[in-house]
Design a protein around this ligand. Structure first.
Ligand code: SAM
Ligand code: DTB
Ligand code: SF4
Length: 332
């Protein structure tokens, strides 16, 4: 094994499985220390990006993602709703900005984008949110390069499309689209010069090997995704994963720390699952290099910590919200 200083120096896109496993399996405090050290080289450790999430089209999705309360395959009690109106979305965006968010992410329960009036409406939403002065992000399922170009022209800053898990475990979680299709969508958004937001979920019954494999996929994208959401499964009644035990906080911290070491310039987002984490566990994650969260009491359909609670947490830890549009797209 190479000394860790040698392994971790600079931004690399040629990580091997063994190198990542050696990092992931370091004694936890050693791992957190290394990650914190790298975090400080590339970021201001007192800054955390505050993102707001809004479901603009809820439920009734034709995909069968085993974790997802919005799949039409499962009876989860999520009400199917049509695409929101532009005005409604812009009002939520203004409220999010007032509450301190700098990035606004709009999610649609779609398998893919279709070139229809709904897409035109989403383009209007993107334009409107951008005009408000927020970093606009969207997660709409698969997109072609042409659709990505339209989103870029409307002012889209980032596109979220997660790889979710390892290529091997993926087939146990989703059967209605392939891993390669996910990678292709990421490439299409990259070609359109939209920043990439891509990460995954832990706690779905995957092995540590699967987690390492997923991190290798992300860390060997060139350039790295500018933002990497790490989600802990929110088990939802009615989905095939409803009975999964909660993710161990130390495992979550290991994922965050390893992602930070592998992708030193990227924003690492402590995403879904924060309600299952204590304040102390979240603090370890921030120390280990997490520098972005979703704020607001709802994610897309599931609950998230209240804004006031996060404000208190930031105050206790001496963290401050990061400004919008800060030095992304720079040789990740
Ligand atoms: N339909 C689009 C897609 O799948 O790309 C966009 C929305 S989808 C809800 C966005 C991401 O949310 C998924 O890729 C998954 O990583 C995450 N997600 C969905 N349900 C989740 C859950 N129960 N727990 C944790 N993460 C979840
Ligand atoms: C991401 O990685 N996590 C967010 C965002 N990207 C779109 C979504 C989390 C969804 C959690 C389940 C729900 O609220 O429906
Ligand atoms: Fe649909 Fe996205 Fe949920 Fe999969 S994760 S079922 S594609 S909304």
């Amino acid at each position: 094994m190479k000394p860790i200083e040698e392994v971790t120096s600079g931004v690399r896109h040629d990580w091997t499985n063994d190198e990542i496993a050696d990092i992931y399996n370091l004694p936890l405090l050693e791992l957190v220390y290394k990650a914190a050290t790298i975090h400080r080289q590339f970021h201001d450790p007192s800054e955390v990006q505050v993102c707001s999430l809004l479901s603009i089209k809820t439920g009734g999705c034709p995909e069968d993602c085993a974790y997802c309360p919005q799949s039409a395959e499962y009876d989860t009690g999520v009400k199917v709703e049509p695409l929101l109106q532009v005005d409604e979305v812009l009002e939520k965006a203004r409220n999010a900005k007032e509450a301190g968010a700098t990035r606004f992410c709009m999610g649609a329960a779609w398998r893919e984008v279709h070139d229809n009036r709904d897409f035109d409406r989403v383009l209007e939403m993107v334009k409107g949110v951008n005009d408000i002065g927020l970093e606009v992000c969207a997660t709409l399922g698969m997109v072609t390069e042409e659709q990505a170009n339209k989103l870029k022209a409307a002012g889209l800053y980032a596109y979220n499309h997660n790889v979710d898990t390892s290529s091997g475990y993926y087939k146990s979680i989703i059967t209605t689209r392939t891993y390669q299709e996910r990678i292709d969508t990421i490439k299409n958004t990259r070609k359109a010069e939209i920043t990439v937001c891509s990460g995954g979920i832990i706690g779905m019954g995957e092995s540590v090997e699967d987690r390492i494999d997923m991190l290798m996929t992300l860390a060997n994208l060139d350039p790295h995704p500018e933002s990497v959401p790490i989600n802990a499964l929110v088990p939802v009644a009615g989905t095939p994963l409803e009975g999964r035990p909660p993710v161990d906080a130390w495992e979550f911290a290991r994922m965050i720390a390893t992602a930070r070491i592998l992708m030193p310039k990227s924003m690492v987002r402590l995403s879904a699952g924060r309600l299952q984490l204590s304040k102390e566990a979240q603090a370890i994650c921030f120390l280990a290099g997490a520098n972005s969260i979703f704020a607001g009491d709802k994610l897309l359909t599931t609950p998230n910590p209240a804004v006031d609670e996060d404000r208190e947490l930031f105050a206790s830890l001496g963290l401050k919200p990061r400004k919008a549009f800060k030095e992304e797209m720079s040789s990740n």
